[in-house]
Design a protein around this ligand. Structure first.
Ligand code: NDP
Length: 289
């Protein structure tokens, strides 16, 4: 691998791309708002390039809001033969299958490689990367993924990585909503919230929602915007699509998708995912603090 490129320097991409100069001399970055690419170059020793130059790299990463933006970019800017496109967007499995076939015909490999670990994991370079697509392509791309990864796991054919990511985020949503309901009940009964949190986090009902989201984002009322609620709503929708295409009953997932969609649609567009609980707070008149 002589050159790598990173497309999309948002909350995640900015931090992921910052690790690449540790391993590669030629690191190209491109962002729609181009000044961000120039800032990134100045800060991390990457090189701000045109989109045409970015897609000429040996490995091309993308981290955009949805598969639709990735499809548009690829349709307009074809990568060079022999390269590997590693899409770190939390995207749609059907889109990965389409892009894989579309690019394969041009001798370009496509890996769906969404990430988990939030902006802090991106900063530390400890992200979980769940990869769908050709295992040999992953073997070749692995050295470029390693700088920002804690775990790189192949999970199946094209679309499998996106599927695992969607289910993961659905579980985050289920756990967050359920924890918010549970703690509302405890508060209504006058229970000490910090004490309850300490007990549950040392017990079988704990989850990432109780271990980090409630204490670090909700109870302190900070709701820092590091992962947008509208992106979580998108992920819950992708997970529900998976359930429906398999014709499975999944009442908890279907309900949670509706709840998160409603919370997103009735919140300010720059809300953090943790602000989903504010919809429950409006229903109960109980503040989770
Ligand atoms: P951000 O909203 O912070 O960044 C989005 C990026 O996409 C920006 O660089 C933006 O460019 C670019 N972009 C948006 N629309 C277009 C377009 N039409 N054409 C080209 N570029 C475009 O998102 P995140 O970094 O938070 O999320 C990116 C992906 O990663 C999402 O799929 C998300 O679900 C996933 N994810 C997010 C996590 C998080 O904690 N934030 C954790 C794990 C996964 P511009 O600067 O010009 O707006």
């Amino acid at each position: 691998i002589n050159s790598v490129a990173f497309i999309g320097l948002g909350a995640m991409g900015w931090r992921m791309a910052a690790h690449l100069p540790k391993a590669f001399a030629d690191v190209r970055v491109w962002n729609r708002t181009f000044s961000k690419a120039q800032q990134h170059a100045a800060e991390f020793g990457t090189r701000a390039v045109s989109i045409e130059d970015a897609v000429q790299a040996d490995i091309i990463f993308s981290c955009l809001p949805t598969s639709s933006e990735v499809e548009t970019l690829i349709a307009e800017h074809l990568p060079k033969a022999g390269s590997i496109w590693v899409d770190c967007t939390s995207g749609e499995p059907t889109s990965a299958q389409y892009l894989n076939a579309h690019l394969q015909a041009r001798d370009v490999a496509f890996l769906d490689a969404p990430v988990s670990g939030q902006t802090i994991g991106a900063e530390k370079g400890t992200l979980t990367v769940m990869v769908g697509g050709n295992a040999n392509a992953l073997l070749r791309a692995r050295p470029a993924i390693e700088p920002f990864a804690g775990l790189i796991q192949h999970v199946g054919d094209s679309g499998s990585g996106f599927a695992v990511k969607a289910v993961n985020n659905m579980l985050l949503a289920v756990n967050l909503w359920a924890a918010a309901e549970g703690f509302s009940a405890l508060k209504a009964h006058g229970v000490d919230m910090q004490g309850a949190l300490a007990c549950i986090n040392a017990s079988s009902g704990k989850s990432n929602a109780t271990e980090t989201v409630l204490p670090q984002r909700v109870f302190n009322r900070s709701f820092p915007n590091t992962f947008a609620l509208n992106l979580l709503a998108k992920d819950a929708g992708i997970a529900l699509d998976l359930v429906q295409r398999a014709k499975l009953p999944a009442p908890v997932l279907a309900l949670t998708q509706s709840l998160i969609r409603a919370a997103s649609d009735t919140s300010a567009s720059d809300s953090d995912f943790s602000a989903a609980v504010k919809m429950l707070e409006r229903w109960t008149n109980i503040e989770l603090s």
